[in-house]
Design a protein around this ligand. Structure first.
Ligand code: PLP
Length: 438
């Protein structure tokens, strides 16, 4: 099909995620045909820097020869077999490698195929563990305000981004949301609901979908200590932060924290194929052991759980981390990214704040009226200039693959700055609310 035909067919048949379809028709979104390294190429041959890592998952660039070869080799063996009642080498080997690199104490790997389900699994395991340990009342969860853990109903229940989640409130189970970064607030909630809370779930160091909000140093460590004191599990959702995104393999490492559940997704396959994993401790695992008739089994599984092609990609991605010294090579890029943002973006009048952790960047603009869709306009302007970035409201998210080169970083930041200037030119920001105007 030609581009025009494809576009017409997209408009008449598809419904895109997180997209207002009214207006989509006029947008001429690129139709991506292929990619190489950190560049994606559309059906018209136009090239774009992949400034969102194909939605926060690509790690070593597209078409990495080592990962390509591993997936092709697996394809010559089998594309999919089930983990229900059977096993396969890729799942076994990747499981062992994940346990090796994960924080201490995480010794069991339960696969699924996306971040939301991997969180659901942690939530259900925590609940069922307590139930089977005779503490059935430990059925509630504490999360953080503005948290995001995926879009299925359980994950939305522990999510608290008004814009995405408030409409579904009647469908959700009750949770308590603590002010992020405030240890006393977390402790107050745990104390108040000590008779019902079974687990705390957090995104470590960075709340991604909220708009790249950073937690103060020491916060995650303090939450771990509170969880120990109140006898509740700590679920750490590293779906976004895992696999190097914050500058270390896992964000937990930076606070020397071992969670009871470590939730992995997005970058686990280098961004190649859908796979996720929920890691937990021997203690949790043993809480599910029993004779068949005790019915302590974890009755949960997805058809494509632990898919062999995805596991092959995951193993190859970990090989690349080792062979290329990806984490070490990333450090100067993080510093360069910070310097470039300071030079090109920080001076812009319409930029309120830049938040960065590793290669996760949120550029918050001063408030513009909702109907201007300013974040969205900036991404369109960036696209015209050859880079893909995404808005979260009026925050522009820039998150290149770990494999990004220094010259690509330069281009990505200058394009983003130019796009902000172009899109905001002549648009009046919302008057700041001052004491006088109230
Ligand atoms: C993206 C994301 C998820 C959801 O992962 P999916 O694979 O999209 O279901 C969960 N938690 C965090 C922190 C994420 O960034």
């Amino acid at each position: 099909m030609k581009t025009a035909e494809l576009a017409a067919s997209d408009r008449s048949t598809l419904w895109h995620p997180f997209t207002q379809q009214q207006g989509w028709h006029d947008e001429d979104a690129p139709i991506i045909d292929h990619a190489r390294g950190c560049v994606v190429v559309d059906t018209e041959g136009r090239e774009y820097l992949d400034g969102t890592s194909s939605l926060w998952c690509n790690v070593h660039g597209h078409r990495h020869p080592v990962i390509d070869a591993a997936v092709k080799a697996q394809l010559d063996k089998v594309a999919h077999t089930t983990m229900l009642g059977l096993s396969h080498p890729g799942a076994i080997e990747l499981g062992a490698r994940l346990v090796d690199i994960a924080p201490d104490g995480l010794s069991r790997v339960f696969y699924s195929d996306n971040g939301a389900t991997a969180n659901e699994i942690a939530l259900k395991m925590a609940y069922q563990y307590h139930h089977q340990a005779g503490e059935w009342w430990r059925s509630g969860y504490v999360c953080l305000q503005n948290s995001y853990h995926g879009d299925t109903i359980g994950a939305v229940s522990v999510g608290s981004i008004e814009l995405f989640h408030s409409k579904y409130r009647p469908l959700l189970f009750e949770t308590w949301a603590a002010e992020p970064g405030d240890v006393d607030a977390m402790e107050a909630l745990l104390r108040e609901h000590a008779d019902t809370v079974g687990a705390v779930i957090v995104e470590p160091l960075v709340q991604g979908a909220a708009g790249i909000f950073l937690q103060p140093p020491g916060y995650l460590r303090a939450v771990r200590e509170l969880c120990d004191r109140y006898g509740v599990f700590l679920i750490v959702d590293e779906v976004a932060t895992g696999f190097g995104r914050t500058g270390t393999m896992f964000a937990c490492e930076q606070e020397d924290v071992s969670p009871d559940f470590l939730v992995l997704g997005k970058g686990i396959t280098g961004g190649y194929l859908p796979l996720a994993a929920t890691l937990t401790t021997e203690k949790v695992y043993e809480g599910f052991l029993g004779a068949h008739e005790e019915l302590k089994t974890f009755f949960h599984g997805h058809t494509y759980t632990g898919n062999p092609l995805a596991c092959a990609a995951g193993l190859a991605s970990l090989d690349v981390f080792e062979e290329e010294g990806t984490i070490a090579a990333l450090q100067p890029k993080i510093a360069l990214l910070e310097a470039l943002l300071q030079e090109h973006v920080a001076p812009l009048e319409v930029v309120r704040e830049i938040r960065q952790k590793g290669v996760m960047v949120g550029i918050e603009l001063v408030g513009f009226p909702l109907e201007t869709r300013m974040g969205h306009r900036v991404t369109l302007a960036a696209r015209e200039r050859g880079a893909i970035v995404r808005p979260l409201g009026d925050t522009i998210v820039v998150m290149p693959p770990l494999a990004v080169s220094e010259s690509e970083l330069r281009r990505l930041v200058t394009i983003t700055a130019e796009a902000i200037v172009a899109a905001t030119d002549g648009v009046v920001p919302e008057a700041p609310v001052t004491a006088d105007s109230v």
